[in-house]
Each structure stands twice: as C-alpha cells, then as structure tokens.
Design a protein around this ligand. Structure first.
Ligand code: BV8
Ligand code: ZN
Length: 251
C-alpha cells in the first residue's frame, strides 16, 4: 500500500524544473553498508571515524587506516544498490534536471544508473598518492578481513597510497563543492536522504537551498537533522519511501 503523500508535495515534485538530491550514509544502509551513526555496526561507534578518517591517523598508523578503507572498499564491492538508489536514478529520467550530490564514498548511485554524481567527500574507489596525488589503480586481491594492511607505494615517488576520500580537517574538492553549492542555489526542490546533517560544510546545503527558495523534502527514519527548516519530512527508510514517492508523483 503506497503511503499517502501530501498533494502539494506531489505537485511540487512534478512541477520542479531542477531537483537536487543530497544523500548520506543512510541511503546506502539498506544495501548493507553500515552508517556512521548506526549504533550496532556503525563505523562511527567501532572506529570513531572522526579520529580515524584523518590524515593524522593515517600518518600515525597507515596500516590500520588503509586496512579499514580496504575493508570498506571490499564491502562496497560486495553490496548492491537498493530500491532507494534505483528510485533516484529513475528520477533523472522524470524531471527536466536532477543533480545528485552525495556525501557517500561508495559508487552505488552510479551502479544504479545515476549520471554525473557529485561526490563532495571523494570516492573510496579512487585512491591516490599521499605525497604527489598521482592516481593508483592496480588492485591486489584484499584478504577477507584486512584489519591491518600496509598501504601500497606510489610508482612515481614512493609515497604511501591513501584512500581517495576527504578526511576530517581536509577541504572539499573545489570543483565538486562549487557544483554542489550552485545546485543548491538553483534547484526548485531538494530531496535530503539519509543524512544526520552533522558534518560541515555539506550539512549547510539544505539550508542554502531553502534560503534560495527551494522546497525541502527529507527522507529519514529519524527526522530532526533539519530542525528549524520548513519542508516535508517523510519518516521512513529510503528504500521504501523513495520508490513510493516517485510512483505517487509520476503514476
Ligand atoms: C572541512 C569521507 C575545513 C571519509 C567524510 C574540528 C576539527 C576539524 C574539523 C572540524 C571541527 N569541527 C567541525 C569541523 C568541520 C568538520 C566537521 O563537520 N566535523 C563534524 C564531526 C562536526 N568538517 C570537515 O573537517 C570537512 N572539512 O571543514 O575543512 C577546511 C577548510 C578550508 C581548508 C582546509 C580545511 C570535511 C568533512 C568530510 C569528512 N569525511 N566522509 C569516509 O567516508 O571515511 S564525512 C562522513 O561522515 C560522511 O561522508 C558523512 O558526511 C558523515 C556521516 O554523516 P551521514 O552520511 O549523515 O551518515 P550518518 O551515519 O551520520 O547518519 C546516517 C543517517 O541515515 C542518519 O540520520 C540515519 O537516521 C539515517 N538512516 C539510517 N538508515 C536509513 C537512513 N536514512 C534513510 N534510509 C535508511 N534506511
Ligand atoms: Zn607519488
């Protein structure tokens, strides 16, 4: 049974010229990738990423940090997009312009068929040299549970290979950040899916969109991250709400 959505939300979706979608770890949760916030298996709890997802931690213990990312990379490779990713990919064929911006470092949006996905926090599949930033691609098979793994060395300068993600304390990639900001300024509707909205500057994007006149729609089992903003707050899992919402707006 499709949950009833407010009529004006469905009308705003259909009328939107430019829809921005902003996703966080919750969008990949139903694919089996633990979120940072998930109390039981969440990375935040187990590894406290604010300490581990930093250049300092990598320099202090490269094997622990590289092992953690390789564990996550192999997990992502084993997982598949969920109906939430599929619905977002479908949206790109329904509305005139859809910009997908993600804080996630996995490639599930791309594997679901979304185009031109903007990764404001980088990609786990794009490692590069810590010193000269040269890309690194050769992939040795990774042991099942690589708790500790020595990072490979750069063929050019011998530097350590690091994950291609944005660590805490590092600035966001300028091109991607500029594209995300401009989408927030120009969209008519922003769909915020599966983020606790705690990490900046990404967490500023919904506020920026709303201030630029966009309709705000949040999908999250645990609403509240966007308190103080006006909008439609749809409590529920991305994999359930998004397919139902798209089907209701475009029957
Ligand atoms: C910057 C890549 C400055 C890595 C990530 C003190 C010291 C240093 C910095 C700071 C500081 N205080 C504040 C800062 C700024 C800092 C920050 O915001 N810190 C936080 C902790 C307060 N930000 C930064 O450092 C950023 N850089 O500011 O640079 C600068 C400026 C100029 C020049 C130089 C430097 C960089 C931040 C990027 C960090 N990297 N990811 C990796 O993945 O390992 S952040 C990472 O955590 C994610 O990308 C994401 O952004 C964040 C986790 O948030 P979510 O994605 O929202 O996931 P979370 O688990 O939190 O929540 C899941 C949500 O899903 C929940 O709401 C849940 O209810 C929901 N959910 C669950 N299941 C479902 C669901 N929703 C739908 N369906 C479901 N089924
Ligand atoms: Zn190098």
């Amino acid at each position: 049974m499709t949950p009833a959505f407010p009529r004006d939300l469905l009308e705003r979706l259909r009328a939107a010229r430019h829809i921005m979608v902003l996703t966080g770890a919750g969008a990949s949760a139903e694919s089996g990738i633990p979120t940072f916030r998930d109390a039981l298996t969440g990375l935040w709890k187990r590894f406290d990423p604010t300490q581990l997802a930093t250049a300092k931690a990598f320099e202090a213990d490269p094997e622990l940090v590289w092992g953690w990312y390789e564990w996550r990379r192999t997990l992502v490779a084993r997982c598949a997009p969920n109906p939430g990713h599929d619905a977002i990919a479908r949206l790109q064929g329904l509305a005139p312009q859809v910009t997908v911006v993600t804080q996630n470092v996995d490639d599930l949006h791309e594997r679901a068929g979304s185009a031109a996905v903007i990764h404001v926090h980088g990609s786990i599949g794009a490692p590069r040299c810590f010193d000269c930033a040269r890309g690194w691609s050769s992939r040795d098979p990774v042991p099942a549970d690589p708790a500790r793994l020595a990072p490979p060395r750069c063929a050019d300068c011998g530097g350590m290979i690091r994950p291609g993600v944005v660590w805490f304390g590092e600035s966001l990639p300028p091109r991607e950040w500029a594209a995300a900001e401009s989408a927030a300024r120009s969209c008519d509707l922003i769909l915020v899916v599966g983020t606790s909205s705690l990490v900046y500057p990404a967490a500023d994007l919904p506020r920026l969109a709303a201030a630029s006149g966009a309709v705000l729609v949040e999908v999250n089992p645990d609403l509240g991250g966007l308190d103080g903003l006006d909008g439609h707050f749809l409590r529920g899992a991305a994999g359930e709400v998004l397919p139902a919402l798209i089907a209701a707006a475009w029957p």
